[in-house]
Design a protein around this ligand. Structure first.
Ligand SMILES: C[S@@+](CC[C@H](N)C(=O)[O-])C[C@H]1O[C@@H](n2cnc3c(N)ncnc32)[C@H](O)[C@@H]1O
Length: 410
């Protein structure tokens, strides 16, 4: 396997074009999220690694810090490390923190061996004739909800058995990777599908997935080692709200970063970050149980506010609180790049920009030439995202805009 060379990455994007122009091309790139450890989990509303990579290339150099204050599935952290930058991810969801850790750990050889042993035993570990350990603390707290019926007993048992075996791995990285394999397999088996796979199919998928994820983790490791930097890049993930995060010592140590790149929850657009939908859209909190984490609250906790709130008042209040902190983390040299969509752009985009201004952020348009879009901003059509499936093509919400800001002032 070959480490990805930074020059090759640039060459793919046409060397003749300026960095800003390459950012425009990357924003319009419609390729699926894939490569490195990006496919460890299908986090809702992930942004394109190509776009993040291009923003990182344009605004930072190796060794710089990149911050994502709404880290989600960890796309920014993976891309930053792969390009030799350090990354800090903040997210209110503990599931996000688990994923950030799983996707950015640089495996130690002994962890690889421990994981490989777990993987080779999957076939015997999952056995419907053997007992399984019910995770009482999670079951009693309601994390088995909508998976507790008799029609789910086999898959539930298979998950419990695979998890118990993962919990016996004493090496942390091996444990986290094995848990993530169970999470990804269970997501495939349960989330948004009409029929349930057999235990045989579940086992076979898990074994295949374990192999693919180990290869991906090793590719990520090779990429990092191939950079040959004096200080290997690192990623930190913080599970908390971004509002007030600048007061944390850990955050203060890395701020101001060169780049803040992020995709916050979108105004008025419903995305289920914290649930799987099983058996005809019944919401299951199982991902937290499987990741070994605790859930924060209802969906408005993860979406910056209830989208049914009149004028999205709570959304914009929370946006203000979080971006006050983003502005406090930024310095004069920090570029803030966001990708956002709106259910009703006519009034929500101006309101969004007003909040940015109130937070002391000034809009920039780093493109060399005016863009052809009416308002001169960089818009992109959204490829097959789940929430997008409910929007008509070219209807509001089917397009995302790239916003670039800097701290206002002299
Ligand atoms: C659109 S997702 C980010 C997806 C990410 N760009 C990726 O590629 O996976 C938005 C994230 O914001 C998080 N979030 C919501 N409110 C937050 C808050 N107050 N502070 C930090 N994170 C928050 C959600 O949990 C969710 O993971």
């Amino acid at each position: 396997m070959r480490a990805v060379n930074m020059d090759d990455l640039s060459a793919n994007l046409d060397i003749e074009r300026s960095p800003a122009q390459r950012l425009v091309d990357a924003a319009r790139d419609q390729k699926r999220v894939k490569g490195l450890t990006h496919e460890f989990y299908r986090y809702p509303a992930r942004f394109s690694p190509t776009f993040v990579r291009s923003a990182i290339e344009t605004f930072t150099r190796p060794g710089d810090w990149v911050v994502d204050p709404f880290a989600g599935g960890g796309t920014t952290l993976v891309e930053a490390m792969a390009m030799g930058r350090n990354a800090l991810g903040i997210d209110i969801s503990s599931l996000s923190s688990f994923l950030c850790e799983a996707k950015t750990q640089v495996l130690d050889d002994r962890d690889v061996s421990a994981f490989a042993c777990w993987m080779e035993r999957i076939d015997t570990t999952i056995n419907m004739h053997a007992p399984s350990e019910r995770h009482d603390e999670y079951a009693d707290a309601g994390y088995y909800r909508n998976l507790d019926g008799p029609e789910f007993w086999r898959l539930r048992k298979a998950i419990e058995q695979a998890l118990s075996a993962a919990e016996k791995l004493h090496r942390r990285q091996a444990h986290v990777l094995a848990r993530c394999v169970v999470l990804r397999t269970a997501q495939w088996a349960l989330d948004s599908r009409k029929t349930r796979p057999s235990v045989k199919a579940f086992k076979s998928y898990m074994h295949k997935q374990a192999g693919l994820m180990l290869d991906a983790a090793l590719e990520f490791r090779e990429q990092i080692h191939g950079l040959e930097l004096a200080h290997p890049p690192k990623a930190i993930s913080l599970n908390r709200t971004t509002a007030g995060a600048e007061k944390e010592e850990l955050v203060a140590q890395v701020c101001p970063p060169k780049l803040i790149v992020t995709s916050p929850p979108y105004p008025g657009i419903h995305v289920l970050y914290h649930r799987w939908q099983v058996d005809g859209r019944k919401e299951a909190p199982a991902p937290f149980w499987i990741a070994g984490k605790l859930d924060g609250a209802g969906s408005s906790y993860y979406t910056l506010g209830d989208r049914k709130n009149p004028n999205l008042q709570s959304y914009f209040d929370n946006l203000k609180a979080t971006f006050d902190s983003v502005a406090a983390m930024a310095g004069r040299e920090t570029t803030i790049v966001q990708m956002v969509a709106f259910s009703k752009p006519d009034w929500q985009l101006p309101k969004y920009l007003e909040v940015m201004e109130e937070c002391g952020l000034e809009e920039h348009r780093p493109w060399d030439a005016p863009l052809e879009d009416d308002d001169g901003r960089l818009w992109r059509d959204v490829p097959s995202r789940r929430w997008h499936a409910h929007q008509k093509s070219h209807a509001p919400g089917a397009r995302e805009v790239v916003l670039v800001h800097k701290k206002a002032g002299p």
